[in-house]
Design a protein around this ligand. Structure first.
Ligand code: ADP
Ligand code: MG
Length: 252
């Protein structure tokens, strides 16, 4: 498998403070790659550097063969980034927003088709502020797809969502991967990373402390003698919640 993103010795300093301390990793084409780590670990900084939105202090970034130092504009063309909600002009409905963004990207787009892809076809005429949390996230993911990117970046797309909406987004993100788009995602939910990510990198204080598939990382920990303190129950409280309230996604 080929690397579509290759980061070597990436360093980011904010003044004297070194937020990213020389990290190296590769993202394989067609995978869902998770960046995990506590708040302040440097996840968003790393993503925004690759997205060409933030300057780096040192190191190299190659995206689909394009060197960030040489042609950031060419990288922009092949990636999809979630826009800040502040860019969603309050007077426009979802369809109009997609058309506006498509114009900015200079890309023809079938707005209704894109909204169907994220299951928002019934909300074409709604304003962003009228959407539920899960719908807002789905719309925001739709906007990353407007320029038909090879790679999309999702920074904590499921934070604050209910269990059903989270599962609904997992299916959507897997769908996007299955259609051939590489996905880089950050999340604080380890259950989510376990089911969603093909591989993860765990970052702590600006350094990568582990990188592998979730299964391999878990097996390594067990092989090193780790045992859970309590006997593990066969179900979790989340399982109880989903059993009682149904997997069925509520369109709130
Ligand atoms: P994460 O996304 O993993 O929570 P960030 O990349 O946002 O982490 O931040 C990494 C570190 O860099 C944090 O200590 C944060 O406070 C600091 N930081 C982020 N952005 C800035 C900035 N614009 N100026 C100064 N420090 C920043
Ligand atoms: Mg962050």
């Amino acid at each position: 498998m080929d690397a579509i993103i290759s980061v070597s010795n990436l360093v980011k300093k904010y003044g004297e403070f070194e937020a990213v301390k020389g990290i190296s990793f590769e993202v394989v084409e067609g995978e869902i790659f998770g960046l995990l780590g506590p708040n302040g670990a440097g996840k968003s900084t790393t993503l925004e550097i690759i997205e060409t939105l933030r300057d780096k202090t040192g190191g190299d970034v190659i995206v689909d063969g394009i060197n960030l130092d040489e042609s950031p504009g060419d990288i922009k063309k092949i990636i999809g980034v979630q826009l800040q909600a502040s860019g969603y002009y309050p007077g426009l409905n979802l369809l109009e927003l997609i058309e506006l963004f498509a114009g900015l990207y200079n890309q023809p787009v079938n707005g209704r088709e894109l909204l169907s892809l994220v299951n928002l076809q019934d909300k074409a005429k709604a304003k962003f502020k009228e959407l539920s949390g899960g719908q807002k996230q789905r719309f925001s993911i739709a906007t990353t797809l407007i320029n038909k990117p090879k790679i999309i970046f999702l920074d904590e797309p499921t934070t604050g969502l209910d269990p059903q909406a989270r599962r609904n987004l997992w299916d959507l993100i897997k769908d996007i991967r299955d259609k051939g788009t590489t996905v880089i995602i950050t999340t604080h939910y380890m259950d989510e990373a376990e089911v969603l990510c093909d591989r993860v990198a765990i970052i702590d204080s600006g350094q990568i402390v582990a990188i592998d598939s979730p299964v391999k990382l878990i097996d390594d920990l067990v092989a090193a003698g780790f045992e859970r303190k309590k006997e593990v129950k066969k179900a979790s409280l989340e399982d109880v919640f989903i059993q009682l309230t149904g997997k069925e996604f509520r369109d709130e």
